[in-house]
Design a protein. Structure first.
Length: 487
């Protein structure tokens, strides 16, 4: 179900994703051609009706972002008539009239808010067997490279939209993999900043320990440009207290970024076992070596208790943080707690047709604060001090690299997602450290990303490493086919 249907007349002038669409009208035409009709990606949930009017004013602002049209994931509040639904019918009328601070910062830099993107409902935290990219409000998002395959992660609509040329860029959010996985499988750049670099105020939450917003773009330079606007302290978000002192001009030095003499840790065990994927990873490593990087093989096996304790943290914080957010919404009606959402879903069978809400129910029962605090301390230690920090220090490397995720799997609303266990993103997610996914090539036409993970607050250097890899990458990056895989 779409919240906004564009005029069919716009479809006649639709652009291909390779075209240099710049104006709001151009992007609306592309949305009409491939999101509302044709392959029907269902990536865009709603259009800002004032986007064209706001475009002229935005172009008058000085700066590199002036007039750039950006889509916003629909768990981030945007002032105006657009609801912020998190994909749920429980919030389908939640028009708050508020700009999240990150959105206000984008507007101040001259960004035009084009509209909202579909997402995995409640950012994929409702059920243990969900299908990424499905929401009761927006339906099932499709991958433009293979429309019968997943767009992955909860920021699936943002990833699909950028790959399909429906906007200059999009903003996603991540708790664990929800920016980087859709970036990987849709063949775009996705950057999960250090937690605390970007405000989370007026963003539908899962976990204040791990949540962050970040850019999803077609190049590292574009991601860095957006980070210049997004980064900064917010008095309402204590995690961002250091952001003003840690942010930088993320674009400076990117054009000349080099890997010469940079020691990089190669996470072999996190690359999986698929021979074509391994060959693609080896090609990327060879490109880096030719560019002067010093590669250091790392053997790492995460301890099972890290994931166990992460889940305990997410359950406890989901109940607490969701309740706080819901009670902050204007108006006296609507859900005010996680328990209210559970009851709403039970009363609306269309919400539970494809999968249930077992994770919601576990979160509602997760009330042991002492156990939660112990789980957070342990998971953070295992991912941070004894994870990324130790790997970087012991191996004397600046970054860790691995494939971000395997190839996109077939969409399966009955059985849910089919993750294949490739990648090291959970380390960065739990620790709250920066994680960049850059297109690395493709397996059978399906995009694969390269993950670059760095230390806390090392966001600029991670972006520089990603830009340097873009400069030397020799594997071809696939172009969306807008067809079923294999056609």
């Amino acid at each position: 179900m779409r919240l906004h249907i564009l005029s069919a007349a716009l479809a006649a002038t639709a652009l291909s994703p390779a075209a240099s669409a710049q104006s709001v009208a151009d992007y609306l035409a592309q949305i009409a051609a491939v999101d509302d009709s044709g392959p029907k990606l269902d990536a865009v949930l709603g259009i800002n009706p004032d986007a064209a009017k706001e475009e002229a004013a935005a172009k008058a602002i000085k700066g590199a972002l002036a007039g750039k049209a950006v889509l916003i994931k629909d768990n981030i509040e945007v002032a105006g008539p657009m609801a912020t639904t998190a994909g749920s019918l429980a919030l389908k009328d939640s028009v708050t009239g508020r700009d999240a601070p990150l959105v206000a910062r984008l507007r101040k830099a001259g960004v035009v808010i084009l509209g909202k993107t579909n997402l995995s409902e409640w950012a994929n935290i409702r059920s243990s067997s969900s299908s990424s990219g499905w929401s009761a409000v927006g339906g099932q998002t499709k991958n433009p490279h293979a429309i019968d395959r997943t767009a992955c992660g909860s920021s699936s609509g943002s990833g699909s939209a950028v790959a399909a040329g429906l906007a200059w860029a999009a903003i996603g959010t991540e708790t664990d993999g929800s920016i980087t996985c859709p970036a990987s499988v849709n063949g775009i750049v996705g950057f999960k900043p250090t937690v605390g670099m970007v405000s989370r105020t007026h963003v539908v939450p899962i976990s204040h320990s791990q949540d962050t917003a970040g850019p999803m773009t077609r190049s590292v330079a574009d991601a860095a440009l957006l980070m210049n606007a997004l980064a900064g302290s917010d008095p309402a978000d204590a995690a961002t207290a250091e952001a003003d002192g840690r942010k930088a001009d993320f674009t400076s030095g990117l054009a000349a970024a080099s890997l010469k003499g940079v020691r990089i840790g190669v996470m072999r065990k996190q690359a999986g076992s698929h021979p074509v994927l391994l060959a693609l990873f080896d090609k990327a490593l060879a490109d880096m070596k030719v560019a002067g990087a010093e590669l250091v093989d790392i053997q790492f096996e995460p301890r099972a208790e890290m994931g166990r304790d992460e889940f305990a943290v997410l359950l406890y914080e989901l109940r607490e943080d969701m309740g706080t957010y819901l009670r902050s919404l204007p108006g006296k009606t609507g859900p005010k707690s996680l328990a209210d959402l559970i009851a709403f879903n039970k009363a609306h069978p269309e919400e539970l047709r494809w999968f249930g809400q077992d994770v919601f129910e576990q979160a509602e029962a997760a009330t042991d604060k002492a156990a939660y605090e112990a789980a957070r301390a342990n998971s953070l230690k295992l991912a941070g001090a004894e994870g990324i920090d130790k790997l970087l220090r012991d191996n004397k490397v600046s970054f860790l690299v691995a494939p971000t995720e395997g190839p996109a799997w077939p969409i399966d609303l009955v059985l849910g997602d089919h993750f294949v266990g490739v990648g090291a993103g959970s380390l960065a997610a739990i620790a709250g450290y920066p994680h960049l996914s850059v297109p690395m090539g493709a397996v059978e036409g399906l995009p694969i990303g390269l993950s670059i993970i760095g230390a806390k607050w090392d966001d600029k250097r991670v972006l520089e490493a990603g830009a340097a890899f873009e400069h030397v990458r020799t594997a071809p990056v696939p172009v969306p086919s807008f067809k079923r895989w294999g056609e």
